[in-house]
Design a protein around this ligand. Structure first.
Ligand SMILES: NC(=O)c1ccc[n+]([C@@H]2O[C@H](COP(=O)([O-])OP(=O)(O)OC[C@H]3O[C@@H](n4cnc5c(N)ncnc54)[C@H](O)[C@@H]3O)[C@@H](O)[C@H]2O)c1
Length: 313
C-alpha cells in the first residue's frame, strides 16, 4: 500500500518509514524539518517539505499522491514548550491532525495510525498510587500538560471520524521511545541525553533520587507496531510498551557500563509535576496486533551507543 508518513524526517517517523519500505510498501514523507533532518530520510521514499498547518499545500500533496493509509507521527512533542506556547501546540498537533483527517476522508484513505502517548495521556494522576500501574487502555486519561491534552483530543477526533465516516484508525500510545536518531532535545530523550554526555566524558544530572519509573521501548519495536497496525484490522487505542518498569538510576548504570563512563550523576531537585511512575500494560497489542517488544533495554542501549559513536566519527 502507499503510506503517507508525516514526521518521517524525525526520530520515530524515519524508523516507521524504513520499516514500511522494508516490508514492500510505498512511502511518501511529509515533514517541515522543524526537528526532522534530511539525513534521516530513507532512500526510496518520496519527500515533501510541508507544514501540517498549511492546508492548501496538504491538499496538493493528497491530490498528487492519493495515499491508501497514513502513519501520523509529526507533532510538536516537548511537554514544557506546550505549557509556554499552547496555541502553537494546538495549531500543529490538533488543527494539523484535523487537516489530515478531512483530507483522508475526502480522498478515500482507508486507515490512519496515530502516534499518541501513554506517558502524557495517563498523566501523573496515580503517581502517588502505584497500585494503578501498569496503565492499561481503560485507565483514566488525565493529561497534566497541553501536549498530552492535544494527543487525547486527537484520539477523540479519530474516533468520531471512524463513527461518522468509517475512517479506520489505531492510536498507538507510546511509552518513552529511544534509539538511534533520537535528538537529545526530544520529549523523552533521557537516554539520548545521558549517552551523549557520557561519550564526551561530561557530567550527568538526575532529577530527584533517580527512582522514577519509566517504560523504555526501542524505536525498532515501535516502528514494527506501526506497520502491524497499518496492515491489520486492529482498531482503537493500543498501548505499545515493554511493561518493564525501569528506574532512571538503572538506566544510568547500564549506560555507564556500555559507554565506559565512571562518573557519578549529580542529583538535582525534581521539577514540579514530574511523573513518579509510568509504565504500560500492552497485552491488547499482543492480542490484536501480535506485537510485543522484542529488544531488551541492554540490547537497545548497545545499538543506540553504537549509532552515537558512528555519528562522532
Ligand atoms: N519520543 C518519544 O518517546 C515519544 C513518546 C510518545 C509519543 N511520541 C510521539 O511520536 C511522534 C514522533 O516523535 P519523535 O520523538 O520522533 O519526535 P521528532 O521531533 O523527532 O519527530 C517529529 C517530526 O514532526 C515534524 N514536524 C513538527 N512540526 C511539524 C509541522 N508543523 N508540519 C510538519 N512536520 C512537523 C518534525 O520536523 C519531526 O520530523 C510525535 O507525534 C510524538 O508526539 C514520541
Amino acid at each position: 500500500m502507499k503510506v503517507l508518513v508525516t514526521g518521517g524526517a524525525g526520530f520515530i517517523g524515519s524508523h516507521v518509514a524504513d520499516g514500511l519500505l522494508a516490508a514492500g510498501h510505498q512511502v511518501v514523507i511529509l515533514d517541515n524539518l522543524y526537528t526532522g533532518k534530511q539525513r534521516n530520510l530513507p532512500a526510496g521514499a518520496t519527500f515533501y517539505e510541508a507544514d501540517l498547518r498549511d492546508q492548501p499545500r496538504l491538499a496538493e500533496i493528497f491530490a498528487a499522491e492519493q495515499p491508501d493509509a497514513i502513519a501520523h507521527q509529526a507533532a510538536l512533542a516537548n511537554v514544557r514548550d506546550s505549557m509556554t506556547d499552547p496555541a502553537t501546540y494546538a495549531q500543529v498537533n490538533v488543527v494539523g491532525t484535523l487537516h489530515l483527517l478531512e483530507l483522508a476522508r475526502t480522498h478515500g484513505v482507508k486507515k490512519i495510525v496515530f502516534a499518541s502517548t501513554g506517558g502524557a495521556t495517563y498523566g501523573e494522576g496515580y503517581s502517588e498510587d502505584n497500585s494503578k500501574l501498569p496503565f492499561a487502555e481503560e485507565s483514566k486519561a488525565q493529561p497534566k500538560d497541553n501536549y498530552g491534552a492535544n494527543k487525547l483530543s486527537c484520539e477523540y477526533h479519530l474516533d468520531l471520524y471512524k463513527q461518522n465516516y468509517g475512517l479506520e484508525y489505531v492510536a498507538l500510545r507510546y511509552p518513552n521511545v529511544y534509539g538511534p536518531r533520537q535528538d537529545a532535545k526530544g520529549e523523552a530523550g533521557v537516554i539520548a541525553i545521558f549517552a551523549g554526555a557520557m561519550l564526551r566524558g561530561l557530567p550527568t544530572k538526575i532529577t530527584g533520587d533517580g527512582t522514577q519509573i519509566r517504560d523504555f521501548c526501542y524505536v525498532g519495536d515501535i516502528a514494527r507496531a506501526n506497520r502491524l497496525a497499518l496492515e491489520s484490522d486492529a482498531s482503537g487505542i493500543i498501548n505499545v510498551g515493554t511493561g518493564v518498569p525501569t528506574d532512571i538510576n538503572w538506566v544510568h548504570s547500564v549506560l555507564s557500563a556500555v559507554t565506559g563512563y565512571n562518573q557519578a550523576p549529580a542529583y538535582i531537585p525534581r521539577p514540579a509535576g514530574e511523573v513518579l511512575a509510568t509504565y504500560l500494560d500492552s497485552s491488547k497489542a499482543k492480542t490484536v496486533l501480535g506485537w510485543e517488544a522484542e529488544i531488551s533495554l541492554e540490547e537497545g542501549l548497545e545499538s543506540t551507543v553504537a549509532w552515537l559513536r558512528g555519528m562522532d566519527e
